[in-house]
Write a new protein. Structure first.
Length: 286
């Protein structure tokens, strides 16, 4: 696969020349591939939010480089706005950034700033609202009259409407109830599947990451400590725990079964995986 974003030796230091100087990201190199669904995990303070804000130029590296399709995004600072149309970032609790009179106008804000004509803006608003799970009956409502989950969907639709090549979601399900989380993640999976857009999801929920992404990058101590498929990463559960990260609940169950003498792969990370593993053991025992 070809990388759509490439990070080379990225360091971002806050508070330079002050007693509070610290590097939130330190000498990080990584690649994000065209069309993949990538999960980024890490404990609080591991550098996740700082890292993703470099992908579309919201933060400028203290040192190192960010490439979008092999072009250094800071080669011409005057064009950084164009990068932000190609790499869309949805912040944690994005509903606090809603400000327009209607849902329609909020979703249309980005496409209008891209200079698109009215017909194209309308097409994008309606298509992105559908992807985000918003009915057309909500488009004329004030976003401030909606539920928390609906507001979250409006904010996501506003970024999707710009049709970015990369969609970055920072803790997209934070604060939602279980039904709301499941529904929102289903919409995100459908968007990824149907559009083929690269999706990057930052999450503290190992279960959400395990069930949705193709590949995981784990951060700790301002750097990348692990990268691989969910199976590859969660098979190193002890190492994850040693750097302050957790593992999916199913993996914890499998590890405990293994500790108690049940011959089950401790790297399982979904309920379906564990069910199959236990079913196979049952068959062998007949």
């Amino acid at each position: 696969m070809n990388p759509i974003i490439r990070v080379e030796n990225l360091t971002h230091t806050y508070g330079i020349d002050t007693p509070f100087c610290r590097s939130a990201v330190d000498s990080v190199s990584m690649e994000i591939y065209e069309g993949e669904f990538l999960g980024i995990i890490g404990h609080t303070g591991s550098g996740k939010s700082t890292l993703i804000q470099h992908f579309n130029g919201l933060l400028k590296p203290t040192s190192g480089s960010i490439y979008l399709r092999d072009r250094d995004i800071w080669a011409d600072p005057k064009k950084i706005r164009d990068v932000r149309f190609q790499v869309g970032l949805v912040f944690q609790y994005p509903e606090y950034q809603l400000f327009e009179e209607t849902v329609y106008k909020d979703i249309a804000f980005g496409p209008k700033n891209m200079g698109l004509d009215e017909a194209e803006v309308d097409r994008r608003v309606r298509a992105s609202a559908a992807f985000a799970g918003l009915g057309e009956d909500l488009l004329d409502k004030s976003p401030f009259d909606l539920s928390g989950g609906q507001k979250r969907r409006v904010a996501i639709a506003g970024v999707i409407a710009m049709e970015p090549a990369v969609l970055i979601l920072d803790e997209p399900s934070a604060g939602l109830d279980p039904a709301g989380r499941r529904s929102l993640l289903e919409n995100i999976r459908a968007y990824h599947r149907e559009r083929g857009t690269t999706v990057v999801m930052v999450s503290h929920s190992m279960d959400e990451v395990a069930e949705n992404v193709d590949r995981i990058i784990a951060l700790a101590n301002a750097g990348v400590v692990m990268s691989g498929t969910p199976h590859e990463v969660f098979s190193r559960a002890r190492e994850l725990m040693d750097v302050g990260l957790n593992v999916p609940q199913v993996t914890q169950v499998a590890m405990e079964l293994r500790r108690r003498g049940v011959d089950v792969d401790p790297a399982v990370y979904t309920v379906a995986d564990l069910r199959r593993a236990l079913g196979a053991l049952k068959e062998v025992g007949r």
